[in-house]
Design a protein. Structure first.
Length: 309
């Protein structure tokens, strides 16, 4: 009898081992929310502080949402908010899921909620949420069929969604560089941690700069001019552009097609200083065939805003 018990326990341990092995440790990159299903329109289960460890049970086939365990909670977290140690680097699961080899799982609201959410306030509305999940699964089934026909579509969709969020977040920061991440996250329908992480990435990659924009004339810089420059034959417009880029008085340099080769914006405190700049840095240069200053008389708009609908 003892030998039979040991054999049964040994077999049970063998079959239980894959479940334990499949669980992976990850952490919240910049804070995250746990939801009662794979989407931020499901009820909120808990919030994770930055750096908090979780156990990943598995992810959807497109690695956008993962099922995690945290303390006494179980739920779904957007994979872009989860970090994983991969080749001595901390990487977001949403981008590295296939390479990491996390288990692929599906979501069945009825079974999942019955196991983990009995007694939760939203469990009483289980039927309504299950109907929503059914409609969501129909849509996801259509998307999965499309992915089988076009294997890269899911990544393209994620990139387009990320680009849309980048642009909308940029619009908010263009309107108010001090906009709170919580307000931007609410507008985009994502977590504050995702916004903070993405803004940091854009700043580090020099795609985004956050600065104050002042009216130079209101600050006493009375001499403002756009200068059209025609580069002399045989000379490189790029070299001329680099020269003006390094001048303190120049705030804007662009290589253009048409009448001019370069347009530069020059701002000085006085018209005497502007005249001196033109003599020393424009009229005296052999690589410029013509110089045409267009002195500003009044400023009507000076905003670093573009692309807004």
């Amino acid at each position: 009898m003892r030998r039979l018990c040991l054999s049964i326990c040994f077999v049970a341990a063998i079959f239980a081992a894959p479940s334990a092995a499949n669980a992976q440790r990850a952490w919240a990159l910049n804070g995250a929310e746990i939801y009662a299903g794979p989407g931020n329109d499901y009820p909120l289960v808990a919030r994770l502080a930055p750096g908090v460890r979780v156990t990943v049970q598995g992810c959807l086939s497109d690695y956008t949402w993962c099922d995690v365990v945290f303390g006494g909670n179980r739920g779904w977290v957007y994979a872009g908010e989860l970090g994983y140690s991969y080749q001595s680097r901390r990487v977001p699961i949403v981008d590295y899921g296939p390479r990491i080899g996390l288990p692929i799982i599906s979501f069945s609201l009825g079974n999942y909620w019955d196991h983990y959410y009995r007694g939760r306030p939203w469990y009483g509305e289980r039927d309504r949420w299950e109907h929503r999940a059914y409609n969501r699964d129909d849509h996801r089934h259509y998307e999965n069929n499309s992915r089988n026909e076009h294997r890269n579509d899911w990544r393209n969709d994620d990139n387009r969604r990320s680009e849309r969020n980048d642009r909308r977040g940029n619009y908010s920061l263009q309107n108010d560089g001090r906009a709170a991440f919580t307000a931007i996250a609410k507008q985009l329908g994502i977590s504050e941690g995702s916004v903070r992480n993405r803004v940091g990435q854009l700043i580090d990659s020099k795609v985004l700069r956050i600065m104050g924009v002042a009216d130079p004339m209101a600050l006493g810089y009375d001499a403002y001019a756009m200068v059209g420059l025609k580069v002399a034959s045989g000379h490189d417009p790029q070299k001329a552009a680099h020269y003006f880029r390094d001048r303190d008085e120049v705030t804007y340099v662009i290589f253009v097609a048409g009448r001019y080769d370069l347009l530069i914006e020059v701002i000085c405190e006085t018209h005497d200083q502007l005249a001196l700049f033109l003599r020393e840095h424009c009229y005296s240069r052999d690589d410029l065939a013509s110089v045409e200053p267009m002195v500003g008389l009044a400023m009507y708009k000076n905003m670093l805003k573009w692309g807004q609908p």
